[in-house]
Design a protein around this ligand. Structure first.
Ligand code: 4AD
Ligand code: MG
Length: 430
């Protein structure tokens, strides 16, 4: 007997296979039962025809309940109407566990109820499709970087200092001393770039932001490439190549999942390099011309980002923000020191910022000055200053927010569906 996963049934047309999975749903029309099976790799309809199976097997199938774990033996048959193109005719079923009183019926439920049952909610077709697409995004991003000579160099989660501002830090007791959960792996990625040239970190980031929005998680994952001898312009090119590769891979390898969640595929097909670009100065002009109450020097909120991004079908880089809007480590434009060589990449369709990146200050004295201006403790950054002391070079990098990217590529209304177990303001369970 061939044991196969649902995603592989196309290789076994006409053959008998064994699928180990769960009953997702069931319909019956008296003489025929339609079992919808899932096994983690996909979904398939299995047909039980009264005239073709034993009375015992037919009866057993009648008593199967949603989410019972079962082994199903059946013959694979192509069927144009099936989303995957295949169905199977059931030959035998073995029940592993008959589920009773499954709490999540396949109908509309309130969000709080679903969030309380997130551990079960992820079994649904829609949620599991999103998580498969999330996997494809992470896999393809790493594949792109690995193929371009990047070394994965992981950053610590427990850190002694802040990087992205002091207001949203999670403090922990580190054997009697204060330490913090990492907001970003960047500072460590910079050190690794000086050792290894091209590196990336991929890990969780923590921000105790008291914002309850569709775009914010308290714990999220960030992919952070960092490259020695790379300047601002090259940094933008790296970002657009990476993001277009990710979208291309999802379209190529997860089209069934995109269809299952009803994503507008044509919008994703627009995502080709080069991406759109606009300076912060021009963004302010555009916003003012469109009746936004905003002045040069103000940061953008999500209404501004959404408006700007909606001008285009492709992602939009906003470049060179005022220095005071951004983190201490960003390199000023040498011709205009009031702005920094940075970018936010805004996804189209109103998804807002998915990347924040910049060229980093590589001059020792300037870095000391910026740390002082921000009142950051010099002793804790001594090692970071060493990078500016011993063979310092221009370097650049960025952080791609995994969940924001998943929300955009999947076309989701809310970031809570982009990660198996979201951590949000007022929610740490399950
Ligand atoms: O723009 P941010 O804060 O940049 C950094 O942390 C840099 N140190 C990265 C670097 O240059 N290596 O965050 C980067 C991205 C954002 O564009 C967004 O996609 C995501 O991380 N992000 C969040 N995602 C979900 N919830 C939050 N609270 C997020 N905060 C940032
Ligand atoms: Mg940012």
């Amino acid at each position: 007997m061939i044991k196969c996963s649902i995603s592989d049934v196309k290789q076994y047309e006409g053959q008998e296979v064994l699928i180990k999975g769960w009953l997702y749903n069931k319909r019956s029309s008296g003489k025929i039962q339609f079992l919808q099976l899932r096994d983690g790799s996909g979904f398939i309809q299995a047909i039980v025809e009264k005239s073709r199976v034993s009375p015992e097997l037919f009866e057993l199938c009648e008593h199967l309940t949603q989410e019972s774990s079962i082994n199903v033996v059946g013959r694979v048959r192509s069927d144009k109407r099936a989303p995957s193109g295949y169905e199977m005719d059931v030959i035998d079923v073995v029940v592993n566990q008959l589920t009773e009183d499954y709490p999540i019926a396949l109908k509309e439920h309130g969000v709080e109820f679903l969030m309380d049952n997130r551990h079960l909610w992820i079994r649904t077709e829609r949620q599991s499709a999103i998580l498969r697409i999330r996997h494809e995004i992470i896999k393809s991003a790493m594949e792109f970087l690995n193929n371009h000579g990047f070394i994965k160099a992981d950053a610590p989660i427990i850190t002694p200092a802040t990087c992205e501002g002091t207001t949203d830090l999670f403090e922990i007791d580190y054997f009697g001393e204060s330490a913090y959960l990492s907001q970003t792996g960047q500072l460590y990625a910079e050190a690794c770039a000086m050792a290894l040239g091209k590196v990336y970190t991929l890990g969780p980031a923590f921000r105790a932001e008291k914002s309850k929005t569709r775009r914010h998680l308290i714990e999220f994952w960030m992919l952070e490439p960092e490259v020695a001898y790379l300047e601002h312009e090259g940094n933008l090119e790296l970002q657009e190549k990476l993001v277009s590769y990710i979208v291309e891979s999802v379209l190529k390898n997860r089209i069934l999942e995109l269809k299952a969640i009803g994503r507008d595929i044509s919008a994703l097909e627009e995502i080709k390099i080069p991406f759109e670009r606009m300076s912060y100065d021009d963004a302010i002009k555009t916003l003012k011309n469109n009746n936004f109450d905003i002045e040069w020097g103000d940061d953008f909120g999500s209404p501004e980002e959404t408006f700007l991004a909606n001008l285009y079908k492709k992602p939009l880089f906003i470049t060179e923000y005022p220095k005071h809007c951004k983190a201490f480590y960003m390199q000023p434009n040498p011709n205009r020191p009031e702005v920094v060589l940075c970018d936010d990449l805004l996804a189209p369709e109103g998804y807002g910022e998915i990347i924040g990146g910049s060229q980093r200050i590589h001059d020792y004295d300037l870095m000391v000055q910026r740390l002082e201006e921000e009142n950051l403790p010099m002793d804790i950054y001594k090692w970071y200053l060493d990078l500016r002391k011993y063979g310092s070079v221009p370097h650049s990098g960025f952080g791609l927010g995994i969940e924001r990217t998943v929300a955009w590529i999947c076309g989701l209304d809310h970031i809570r569906e982009t990660i198996p177990f979201p951590r949000m303001l007022y929610r740490v369970t399950p």
